[in-house]
Design a protein around this ligand. Structure first.
Ligand SMILES: CC(C)(COP(=O)(O)OP(=O)(O)OC[C@H]1O[C@@H](n2cnc3c(N)ncnc32)[C@H](O)[C@@H]1OP(=O)(O)O)[C@@H](O)C(=O)NCCC(=O)NCCS
Length: 168
């Protein structure tokens, strides 16, 4: 049972760190045997949500996913590893970073496939937004991600505003 005071306490980044692994099967791939970008985006969303749930201990919805690049192809039989954690909390939203790796166990190598930044908003069962407890970076890398997340939020807001103006 959740204690309501506990839910408001700041939490270290490590509490949200999550890892997900998938073996690429034929149903995940195109006719050339390469992983579909859409399938990887789905896994990125799930891996991101895991970190957001662990941090906020609430339901969350995906508000946005930043630009994505796929740097190396992934094939049937490869092992895909997704690591996620909360970079920064704002008020009801939080930025989660997801880093994707592909492991080829036959060749014994591991390559970085993609990095993604997602924003999740915490909501109650009625869809109302909920405040999220602060996240505490502990390592230098976590501190760098925390600061970068602030800059990315400003860019996101400016871009959203620009797109809204274009639609008017
Ligand atoms: C995302 C959503 C909750 C935002 O609600 P809203 O009432 O439009 O937004 P608000 O202006 O009140 O902002 C709420 C928070 O979301 C953030 N936010 C809103 N739109 C955002 C966007 N496009 N990207 C990043 N963050 C966003 C705001 O910055 C704010 O964060 P803060 O409280 O930490 O400052 C709402 O648009 C929604 O429910 N969208 C559908 C989500 C969904 O179904 N996702 C699954 C994919 S289909």
């Amino acid at each position: 049972m959740k204690d309501s005071e506990d839910l408001k306490m700041p939490r270290p980044v490590r509490d949200s760190q999550s890892e997900m692994a998938e073996i690429v099967l034929p149903n995940d791939a195109n006719p050339l045997g390469a992983l579909l970008g859409g399938r990887l985006m789905h896994w990125i969303d799930l891996a991101g949500a895991m970190a957001a749930h662990r941090h906020s201990r609430q339901y969350v919805v995906t508000a946005s996913i930043d630009h994505l690049d796929f740097w190396v192809p992934v094939h049937i039989g490869d092992l895909v590893i997704l690591r996620s954690s909360v970079n920064r909390v704002f008020h009801t939203s939080m930025e989660v970073g997801v880093k994707v790796w592909v492991e080829n166990y036959l060749l014994d190598n591991c390559q970085h496939v993609s990095s993604a930044y997602l924003t999740f908003v915490a909501v109650d069962a009625g869809g109302r937004h909920l405040p999220v407890p602060a996240v505490v970076p502990e390592s230098e890398e976590q501190q760098r991600r925390y600061e970068d997340a602030g800059r990315r939020r400003e860019n996101r807001r400016a871009e959203l505003e620009r797109r809204r103006n274009n639609l008017r």
